[in-house]
Design a binder for this molecule. Structure first.
Ligand code: AMP
Length: 551
């Protein structure tokens, strides 16, 4: 009997007459430069803002490709970037893969030993780094000084790296055209390591083919829906899953591309949005929370900004509502490094047109699946769980831009991937009859209390609705009677005041008693991973004896 995911390959079919020209980054680049030569790439560069047309960008990419070849970079070599979202980083995004090498976008927020580990694991030959990050690169290098790696500084460094080359000097005088080679679409183009909420970072090698298909998919109107007339500001870092594909989707559509460099503080983001009339942006919730707070405090709006894609961690409903009140459409999306990363985007389906109540509920969810992603929900025994909006299961995915293994890491691959390619996301979800997926929690973040499973996400979302709380992070702490009980670590808004008893009282009609945290702990800041996600394991460790110490 045919199943939804039959893997039988039919023999005896007739070969088509269509071209099998490889899909890849070159196809995006050549189209962008040719179809939209006058569109802009705008980047902060130190205190200045620099502007290039796509045509000028194309010439610089060619010069960089020549420079890379002159440095001895060969097909298959790994070239690391250690950089913010800036124009030189974007040039690397294209030049490195288009000569057949692999751009390894190192997460600059990892600890030096993790950076040293991934530079080593990737076998990077050269590191291109932003001058403002010299200290961090030096610290990682000091842990593995014998590697023989070359370093190239982008921008003017205050304390240059010993023996480092200068980016602009390398490009100067190189030819402005390049005879780009044809590259197998299955070859690796980019390398990115997961953000390591558990264990060592794991590498995912994106192919030319997966990158191209992902770029097309995110541009669909019901996905991100980037348009030629957009002025796109990717806040999500280019060292975090290729800035969710924006450098490819953006150029493919011909959008103007605005790059913030290190100015990710709310004032810096607002200033750039205003000066550059940004229409479209993408980033994690924390950035937009800070922007919202400043906009509200100053009674300001950003009239040009039409759409924000928010993901990476759950978008609190209160943030979505606040942004909407400021006239900004906030769209919830979900993804993973292993998925290139976009898996779902929240779009209004026409079926909901006459169901306003349902629309309101659905829009907070993570969204509907991208057409390039296949998915299943399974229970602990591996049985499929119905998509009825209530039944929970672990989400498994497979698809054209989904990894089938980790780079050179058989142990991690065996844990996360089924032999037929299904990837265990580690996210527990529901999917409803309209296809909207909602993450209930990470498998490992569920709190097991007296036989009940408490979703830390649900409690966090409720707490984030409290007017005095800036942030809330909920985690399980071992408990002598209940196995685990929820505890909330919260950060108060400036100038606000609330104590534990007041917050617990506020929660009484919002959460069942067994779901309500036993303790509300006030802290200065919630510990985070390199890309700004809550680092729950650190809080679990910090408070692990909270109930046992208390008896
Ligand atoms: P990363 O590979 O670093 O992008 O992390 C992927 C993980 O982040 C997912 O498996 C989710 O647990 C979490 N995540 C990403 N987007 C969302 C979202 N919109 N809501 C909740 N969790 C999310």
């Amino acid at each position: 009997m045919a199943t939804l995911f039959s893997s039988e390959v039919l023999g005896g079919t007739l070969p088509s007459t269509m071209s099998d020209q490889p899909l890849g980054i070159r196809a995006i680049f050549e189209h962008a430069v040719r179809a939209h030569p006058r569109k802009e790439i705008v980047s902060r560069d130190g205190a200045a803002v620099v502007r290039f047309t796509y045509a000028a960008f194309g010439r610089r990419v060619a010069q960089l490709a020549h420079a890379l070849r002159a440095l001895g970079v060969r097909p298959g070599d790994r070239v690391a970037s250690f950089a913010w979202n800036g124009h030189r980083h974007l040039e690397l995004y294209y030049a490195v893969p288009m000569i057949g090498a692999v751009l390894h976008t190192v997460n600059i927020r990892l600890f030096p030993d993790q950076v040293a580990y991934i530079l080593d694991h990737a076998g990077d030959r050269i590191v291109f780094y932003d001058a403002s990050l010299t200290k961090a690169v030096k610290a990682a290098h000091a842990l593995a000084p014998e590697s023989g790696r070359m370093f190239v500084t982008m921008g003017a460094a205050v304390e240059p790296f010993d023996g480092a080359l200068d980016y602009e000097t390398l490009l100067a005088g190189e030819p402005e055209t390049y005879d780009w080679p044809e590259i197998d679409e299955r070859a690796a183009a980019l390398l990115c390591y997961t953000s390591a909420t558990t264990g060592d970072p794991k590498g995912v090698l994106f192919s030319h083919r997966s990158t191209y298909i992902h770029a097309l998919a995110i541009c669909l109107p019901d996905a991100m829906g980037i348009r030629e007339r957009d002025r796109l500001l990717p806040i999500v870092p280019m060292f975090h899953v290729n800035a969710w594909g924006a450098p490819f989707g953006g150029l493919l559509t011909g959008a103007d591309f605005i790059l913030p460099m290190e100015r990710l503080d709310p004032a810096g983001v607002i200033e750039l949005c205003e000066q550059e009339q940004v229409t479209f942006s993408a980033g994690v919730p924390t950035v937009w929370m800070a922007v919202r707070d400043v906009l509200k405090a100053q009674g300001k709006k950003l009239p040009a900004l039409r759409k924000l894609i928010i993901g990476g961690s759950a978008l609190p409903p209160a943030l979505l509502d606040d942004l909407e009140a400021l006239g900004i459409e906030a769209v919830h999306a979900w993804g993973m490094t292993e998925m290139s990363p976009i898996g779902t985007v929240n779009t209004y389906l026409s079926e909901l047109d006459d169901k306003p109540e349902l629309q309101k509920r659905e829009r907070y969810k993570q969204g509907v699946f991208s057409p390039i992603v296949q998915w299943r929900l399974i229970d602990e025994l591996g049985n499929d769980v119905p998509a009825d909006g209530v039944s929970r299961g672990e989400l498994l995915v497979r698809g054209f831009a989904v990894a089938k293994q980790y780079y050179d890491n058989a142990d991690a691959t065996e844990l996360a991937f089924e032999p037929d390619g299904w990837f265990h996301t580690g996210d527990v979800c529901t999917v409803d009859e309209y296809g909207y997926m909602e993450i209930v929690d990470r498998v490992k973040d569920f709190i097991k209390s007296g036989g009940e499973w408490i979703s830390s996400v649900e409690v966090e979302n409720t707490l984030m609705g409290h007017p005095s709380l800036k942030e809330a992070c909920v985690f399980g702490v071992p408990h002598p009677k209940w196995q685990e009980r929820p505890v909330a670590a919260v950060v108060l808004r400036e100038t606000h005041d609330a104590d534990e008893a007041a917050i617990l009282a506020w929660l009484t009609d919002k959460l069942a008693k067994w779901q309500t945290p036993d303790r509300i702990i006030f802290i200065e800041a919630i510990p985070r991973t390199g890309v700004g996600k809550f680092l729950k394991r650190e809080l679990r460790e910090r408070y692990k004896t909270l109930f046992t110490d208390a008896g």
